[in-house]
Design a protein around this ligand. Structure first.
Ligand code: ZN
Length: 281
């Protein structure tokens, strides 16, 4: 029998206690699978949607040449995501964390880095500069905006490259592995000798709150490590990392001149050799 926990009826601490106290692995599997089923069945699905950087060109300016230029850029779209939930049950909150981690590391369509967003907002800012009385002409503004949008597009491609590739279904499997580790590694609250200590460390309101925080923090940490493993870089608190200039992968910053990952270094060397050969024969 598959028993799926009802997130509004069952406390997370009950599930974890049942899991810890289970008499054998089969029972453990059953409890854990049922927990996962309710996470994946949550109504709090991952959602992305289009948002617009919007401004309205004043009516009396709409027929001017500059007014027309700005009107073209008065609704720049970008993809955003649902990043929070109002639901207070453990299931929706953990699911939100799982959704957000996917968006952050794997969704190449959601690019919200400040550098990129600042470029998208620039036409709107120039418009308000114009309104405030700064003189400009249509050709120059067109050039500036074209250039800005071009830069934004290149930057977007760059940030897309810096994301890892993993389908949602594969991701779910990885998440389940990490959740299982959370279940195995977390201590029951009663195992803490000094409970006031936990109260201080985790602004801890209910027992469920404690476990939700434990799981969400652990997922964060697991995916930070997942990312390092993905790019085969060593983990370590003092290690410094940067991005490969060519492929966007994470590299360890050893010297000041580390710019490429090993693969790209090899490719660049070949390319240099090839162009030397072309130029000299
Ligand atoms: Zn590279």
């Amino acid at each position: 029998m598959i028993h799926i926990y009802d997130c509004n009826e069952t406390f997370l601490y009950e599930i974890i206690e049942d899991y810890k106290e289970a008499e054998n692995n089969e029972v453990k599997d059953e409890i854990f699978n049922s927990f996962c089923s309710s996470i994946w069945a949550s109504d709090n699905k991952r959602r992305t949607y289009m948002k617009t950087i919007h401004f309205k060109v004043r009516k009396d300016l709409l027929n001017t040449e500059l007014g027309q230029v700005f009107d073209t850029w008065s609704g720049i779209e970008y993809r955003y995501y649902k990043s929070m939930t109002k639901d207070e049950n453990w299931c929706a909150i953990i699911r939100q964390k799982i959704n957000n981690i996917y968006t952050k590391y794997f969704d190449k369509e959601v690019i919200l880095n400040k550098e990129y967003m600042d470029l998208l907002k620039k036409p709107k800012l120039i418009y308000f500069d114009w309104l405030s009385g700064i003189e400009m002409d249509a050709d120059t503004v067109t050039d500036i905006i074209d250039d800005t949008i071009d830069k934004a597009e290149k930057l977007k491609q760059r940030f897309q490259m810096e994301k890892m590739t993993l389908s949602w279904n594969e991701y779910k499997k990885v998440v389940e592995g990490f959740l299982r580790r959370c279940f195995d590694n977390c201590k029951l609250i009663e195992e803490y000798e000094d409970k006031t200590q936990i109260v201080n460390n985790y602004d801890f309101i209910t027992e469920d709150n404690f476990y939700v925080k434990y799981i969400n923090r652990s997922l964060n940490a697991y995916f930070q490590n997942y990312q390092k493993d993905y790019y085969s870089v060593k983990r370590g608190h003092n290690n410094k990392y940067s991005r490969c200039k060519r492929c966007g992968g994470i590299i360890e910053k050893i010297g000041r001149n580390t710019q490429y990952c090993n693969d790209c270094k090899r490719i660049r060397r070949l390319e240099t050799k090839r162009s030397w050969w072309k130029n000299n024969h």
